[in-house]
Design a protein around this ligand. Structure first.
Ligand SMILES: [Zn+2]
Length: 144
């Protein structure tokens, strides 16, 4: 786990690193991605350092999603190109997380923007109900 002092997003939260802020709330803030996929690509981060979304406290997690929703509305009405949006959260290196301070991407999209999610070759066939029910049961036990 990245130590807070070494974390670039903590430095941004503390005002020790430059960022182009979109919003600064009590528990979460929003600033533009330094490497935008599309113009207006915004990152939503909790103020308190947590590497994984599972380690983000409930109040901060709710604040992140609430702010993301408001930023999405702002992007749609900003005049920037934004026919649609993706919310994207990479949790762990295998999922593409590169900065280990949990963050939610809000990405303006349009037809033909050349960004997308790649599906595996087997995607498309519906899973059988027993498998779905077994997996759902397993998760229900963990949530109980
Ligand atoms: Zn951090």
């Amino acid at each position: 786990m990245t130590e807070p002092a070494a974390c670039v997003f903590c430095r941004i939260v503390e005002g020790k690193e430059q960022a182009s802020f979109v919003a600064q709330g009590a528990d979460a803030l929003a600033f533009l991605d330094l490497h935008p996929i599309t113009e207006g690509h915004t990152l939503i981060v909790p103020r308190k350092h947590a590497a994984s979304i599972g380690e983000v406290d409930e109040v901060s997690a709710v604040a992140m999603w609430s702010l993301a929703r408001r930023v999405a509305a702002a992007l749609r009405s900003s005049g920037l190109r934004c026919e649609a949006l993706n919310f994207f959260l990479a949790d762990g290196a295998a999922a593409g997380q590169d900065v280990f301070h949990s963050h939610l991407h809000v990405i303006p999209r349009w037809e033909g923007d050349n960004f997308g999610i790649k599906f595996p070759p087997h995607y498309g066939a519906a899973a059988d109900r027993k498998t779905l029910d077994d997996v759902a049961g397993r998760l229900r036990k963990r949530l109980a």
